[in-house]
Design a protein around this ligand. Structure first.
Ligand code: PEP
Ligand code: MG
Length: 318
């Protein structure tokens, strides 16, 4: 069976009825890229760069970051690479930044909020990314976007750094700018966001916890952390529809994208790109090759009409 899967490593991802999707890898370090390619990654859908800030006791310099981003892009060649700006805070503390202690870190000073507040750190990262863009197919993604102003502000800072790099006569690639959809407010305004961004990537790990108001790490309320709750599924559907109405890619990089039970539903909803841990890629490609997208549309629609997380969904999919 492993051999049969290995054969899929160099293949496109195609449903039984010929609908093409893209399976990408989530990584936290450039050292994971080769493993991702061996496991059939058609792109990198999420590079969690905060680990560059967490593994030492000081901020990574522009040169250090440039080398790492360039390395990832070089290895991926003409395959798309989405790098997320630092998602610091919440469950990923960086002690040397000395952020104030917070009662609710998941609702606090984290991710894009910290980047827009600490523009010095943000600009260094953007500059490293912009310089690296000459070496591959780069998309930059901002985490935890909750308002359109946050995206506009991030884009303004990006454009300023882009202009500086260009003024220095350094080569730059054609960079796409997108957001992670992790906050319910952003789902509700997805159609507005979709008219301004180049792509959206649904971060279900956070989106589920914020939708259900259940801390993703708290065992006592784990029963409320429900990926198949129709409220969550409807949100995912809203985002995908908003993307397609605006002709942009609908991506997902939360755990749900690599979940064998969720994939049929997501395929039925029309999700374009699935980013997951590398080990999940070949089994997911194999699964998708057995599914008919038309039938999955009916399945997806049925799940949206449920009143609660129903075992029927799961049975149906199986
Ligand atoms: C998510 O929230 O789904 C996500 C991919 O981001 P992280 O798990 O890094 O918070
Ligand atoms: Mg997240």
């Amino acid at each position: 069976q492993r051999k049969a899967l290995a054969k899929l490593a160099a293949k496109d991802t195609m449903s039984n009825d010929g609908k093409k999707t893209l399976l990408a890898a989530n990584i936290s370090s450039d050292s994971e890229v080769e493993f991702a390619i061996q496991h059939g990654a058609e792109g990198i859908g999420l590079f969690r760069t905060e680990f560059l800030y967490m593994k030492t006791d000081k901020l990574p310099t522009e040169e250090e970051q440039f080398d790492i981003y360039k390395h990832v892009l070089d290895l991926m060649g003409d395959r798309p690479v989405t790098i997320r700006t630092a998602d610091i805070g919440g469950d990923k503390p960086v002690p040397y930044l000395k952020a104030p202690k917070q009662d609710n870190p998941f609702l606090g000073y984290r991710a894009i909020r910290l980047s827009l507040d600490r523009e010095d750190i943000f600009r260094t990262q953007l500059r490293a990314l912009i310089r690296a863009s000459a070496f591959g197919k780069l998309s930059i993604m901002f985490p935890m976007i909750a308002t359109i102003e946050e995206f506009r502000q991030a884009k303004t800072v990006f454009n300023e750094e882009l202009a500086k790099v260009q003024a220095d006569k350094l080569p730059v690639g054609d960079i796409k700018l997108g957001i992670m959809v992790e906050v319910p407010a952003t789902v509700i305004l997805a159609d507005q966001f979709a008219s301004e961004v180049d792509f959206m990537s649904i971060g279900t790990n956070d989106l589920i916890q914020y939708t259900m108001a259940a801390d993703r790490g708290n065992e006592k309320v784990a029963y409320l952390y429900q990926p198949y709750n129709p409220a969550v599924l409807r949100m995912i559907k809203m985002v995908i529809e908003a993307c397609h109405n605006n002709s942009i890619l609908a991506c997902m990089c939360g755990e749900m994208a690599g979940d064998q039970l969720a994939i049929p539903i997501l395929l039925g909803m029309g999700l374009d790109e699935y980013s997951m841990s590398s080990r999940q890629i070949l089994p997911s490609r194999s699964l998708i090759s057995t599914l008919d997208s038309d039938k999955m549309v009916a399945l997806a629609n049925r799940t949206l009409s449920f009143y609660s997380t129903s075992n029927d969904v799961i049975k149906d999919v199986k």
